[in-house]
Design a binder for this molecule. Structure first.
Ligand code: HPA
Length: 247
């Protein structure tokens, strides 16, 4: 029996959920989570089967910028862990900071910059080793699946900011200098929480737009959602093949 997999779906990526043979739906409020207020972030868990695997899908998420704490933002990860999830795939929409990673393509997270100024582990002493948040073996497997399917899959560093405003051009130049390839407003706290709980973690950013100040940059939530919807089909294909493979 392979490990129970959790999938967290970001902005515009909800169509992945249509591929799940759902046995049970649990709303965020039933699970004791805050409801998301962002359009396109329906808040529920779907429990069922995807690509022949048992999955728990977290449809939508809550964000720091909605006024929630780092603990609240990561409560879905802890809920999934309590349901027996051992490995989790985090997806998000992000702006491309790397001029070589085109808008509309996917980037796998090789690492991240947590620039939110907070942590779900606050309150602990928990000096967690984050040398490998996103599992190296799982990343190698994802890359080979993408190559087999003929999908462009970049790998890079995701910078997680609080938002909710998009960045200024100067902030984007700063992020590039810091080594970021993509920028968004989620994922990093969930990844830290999942790692702290001993889960295997994989992350994918749908590069929905060029980041602020870059040639071709237009920053509009509606466009971000639309690009996410168009790119979601590629991610469905990749995850279907990836999860169907033996561990
Ligand atoms: N910046 C921050 N978050 C985002 C972006 C962006 O350019 N695109 C999608 N989410």
């Amino acid at each position: 029996m392979s490990e129970l997999t959790g999938l967290v779906l970001g902005s515009g990526l909800g169509s992945l959920a249509e591929k799940v043979q759902v046995r049970e739906t649990v709303s965020f409020s039933e699970a004791g989570l805050p409801e998301s207020t962002v359009p396109g972030h329906e808040g529920c868990f779907l429990i069922g089967e995807f690509a022949g695997q048992e999955v728990v899908v977290m449809r939508g998420r809550v964000h720091l910028y909605e006024g929630h704490s780092a603990k609240s933002v990561t409560s879905g990860i802890r809920w999934m862990k309590d349901r027996g999830v051992e490995r989790v795939v985090l997806t998000n929409a992000a702006g491309s900071v790397n001029p070589e990673f085109s808008a509309g393509s996917w980037m796998m997270l090789g690492d991240h910059l947590n620039l939110t100024g907070t942590s779900p582990l606050e309150g602990g002493p928990e000096f967690l080793d984050l040398s490998e948040v996103y599992g190296a073996d799982w990343r190698v497997q994802a890359k080979s699946v993408a190559a087999r399917l003929g999908l462009v899959l970049h790998e890079g560093v995701y910078a997680g900011l609080r938002g909710p405003q998009y960045e200024t051009p100067a902030e984007v130049r700063m992020l590039r200098t810091l080594g970021a390839d993509a920028v968004g407003m989620s994922t990093v706290l969930e990844a830290v929480q999942a790692k702290a709980l001993g889960m295997k973690v994989l992350g994918f950013s749908c590069l929905t737009n060029w980041a602020s100040g870059m040639p071709g940059a237009t920053l509009d939530h509606h466009d971000v959602m639309e690009m996410g919807k168009r790119a979601a089909a590629e991610m469905v294909g990749l995850l279907e093949s990836l999860l169907a493979e033996k561990d």
